[in-house]
Design a protein around this ligand. Structure first.
Ligand SMILES: NC(=O)C1=CN([C@@H]2O[C@H](COP(=O)(O)OP(=O)(O)OC[C@H]3O[C@@H](n4cnc5c(N)ncnc54)[C@H](OP(=O)(O)O)[C@@H]3O)[C@@H](O)[C@H]2O)C=CC1
Ligand SMILES: CC(=O)N[C@@H](CCC(=O)OP(=O)(O)O)C(=O)O
Length: 335
């Protein structure tokens, strides 16, 4: 039976990426899409790259109606707005993959400190599986709600967590330096993402204050079993899509070769995580759900380099991978 998929927040970039990936999925199809603003149009009118390939109408969200039509809903809303909608959908017995940060952290206090708002559904914090099938496939399989990971955190947790678990690196001296394409900021108009602001320029932002830092620390702790302390600096770069994270760590007696061996063992059965000998670039993974990572010795540090596509493994590809796990399909279906 074909899986029936719905999208909430259909006008955004991650929604377009979900729709694009579903076109190639052998066992799932997009059956419904909602938006606050574009009710009455078709999804291809909003996203012209879908013209002639997908004509699902966009409707105003009615959680009960959407739940009837779908086996799973991709909730592609901003944090804050998302939690309430996820709750309404789950109350109507449909499974949900939440793209926002609302259920990723394990503590309500950490969420409220870094996001600056009261959490609309605090009972689910710490009780919602983090959607990284590389570590949580079993819990994802039975979940009613999956917290799809953040894009930058994906590019840091996958390299770091196994190294912390195996105690190959110091836990209190980690620097994550990341560059993102502009689609990471979403599709709504903002001065910071105007062409003249980002073209031929690169800039750091959120230095010391970006909300993905606690997500990285929380998850590496949960997976690796050890508290870590890290500095995270994101940069906006003049690309459409892609994230490159360069991570500076201190070895505990080991070297880059042992790091590569640790990853090869950890990710041997993970179809989307590939330790590579070359230095990965965003172009090597663009438009795919693949993660490439490598390690180099550099003075008294080891430098880890990880490339992902923010819209695919960083968001919508990860969501399809999670959906596949939830419904007993191969992780790679449609990807
Ligand atoms: N872009 C990326 O690379 C990544 C994004 N994410 C997360 O995925 C989610 C979607 O991101 P993305 O598609 O980029 O975002 P966009 O800004 O492109 O789209 C989000 C959509 O949500 C709807 N929306 C916006 N504000 C509200 C609100 N207050 N209440 C209800 N609906 C609202 C809008 O649709 P409409 O106005 O039509 O209702 C909008 O098109 C976000 O939580 C984001 O943080 C996660 C990882 C990576
Ligand atoms: C380039 C850019 O602006 N990136 C976004 C992060 C991407 C994202 O959507 O993260 P969440 O899912 O956690 O919201 C940012 O820095 O806020």
């Amino acid at each position: 039976m074909t899986l029936r998929v719905g999208i909430v927040g259909a006008t955004g970039y991650t929604a377009l990426e979900v729709a694009r990936l579903l076109l190639a999925h052998p066992e799932a199809e997009l059956v419904a899409a909602t938006s606050r603003a574009e009710d009455g149009k078709s999804i291809a009118e909003i996203h012209p790259s879908l013209a002639g390939r997908c004509d699902v109408p966009i409707e105003t969200l009615d959680p009960a109606e959407l739940a009837k039509k779908c086996d799973v809903v991709m909730c592609c809303l901003p944090h804050g707005a998302s939690a309430e909608t996820c709750k309404q959908l789950i109350d109507h017995n449909v499974r949900v993959i939440d793209f926002s940060a609302d259920f990723r952290l394990s503590s309500q206090a950490t969420y409220e400190k870094w996001y600056g708002v009261d959490h609309p559904w605090p009972e689910r914090i710490g009780k919602t599986v983090y959607g990284l099938p590389e570590f949580y496939a079993e819990q994802i399989r039975d979940a009613d709600l999956v917290a799809n990971p953040g894009c930058y955190p994906t590019s840091a947790i996958l390299p770091l967590a196994p190294l912390i678990a195996k105690q190959l690196i110091e836990a209190n001296d980690i620097i994550v330096d990341s560059k993102s394409g502009v689609s990471g900021a979403g599709r709504s108009a903002k001065v910071g993402t105007l062409y003249c602001e980002v073209n031929e320029s690169i800039a750091a932002y959120g230095v010391g204050s970006h909300r993905h830092q606690p997500e990285m620390a929380d998850l590496v702790h949960r997976i690796g079993g050890q508290e870590i302390s890290l500095v995270f600096t994101p940069h906006l770069t003049p690309m459409d899509r892609g994230i490159l994270s360069t991570i500076y760590v201190r070895p505990r007696g080991g070297n880059a070769k042992q790091v590569m061996e640790c990853w090869r063992e950890q990710y041997a059965d993970c179809p989307f995580v590939t330790p590579v000998d070359h230095l990965p670039a965003t172009k090597h993974v663009a438009g795919t759900n693949h993660v490439q990572l490598t390690a180099r010795d550099a003075g008294d540090r080891i430098v880890l380099v990880c490339a992902i596509d923010n819209l695919t493994k960083g968001a919508s590809g990860a969501a399809i991978q999670n959906m596949n796990v939830m419904f007993g399909l191969p992780q790679t279906a449609g990807l």
